[in-house]
Design a protein around this ligand. Structure first.
Ligand code: CU
Length: 118
């Protein structure tokens, strides 16, 4: 065994463990556009329910015709990406038990989804 190779690996492992705070937010990926579509996923899987806790919504908004807004317990219509911008933006929020909806303001009737938080 080559200990010169092993020691840096162990050091890197210890650093990775200590760098993860206990309350780290889980990433949720949001996608808006390019058509009349809005969705959220985690690790490539569509999300419809989550456990209460801290989440970072990373939203990719592909057109300037839509926005991405989150609403529910403790979160009052928070805009993550706005109208008239093509952008990728992140926002960390704490989700509590209850039902949240995410939607595009001008097309809410056809562009929305819900998250059941338990
Ligand atoms: Cu829209």
């Amino acid at each position: 065994m080559n200990t010169r190779r092993l020691i840096p690996l162990l050091a890197a492992g210890a650093l990775a463990l200590s760098a993860a705070p206990a309350s780290a937010a889980t990433q949720i990926d949001g996608l808006v556009g390019p058509g009349f579509n809005i969705s959220i996923s985690q690790g490539g899987k569509k999300v419809t329910s989550l456990k209460a806790g801290k989440y970072t919504f990373k939203v990719v908004d592909k057109t300037n015709a839509h926005d991405f807004v989150l609403n529910g317990p403790g979160i009052s219509n928070k805009t993550i990406t706005g109208l008239k911008e093509v952008a990728t933006k992140s926002m960390t929020v704490t989700l509590k038990k209850g039902t949240y909806i995410y939607f595009c303001t001008p097309h809410k009737s056809m562009m929305q989804g819900s998250i059941k938080v338990t």
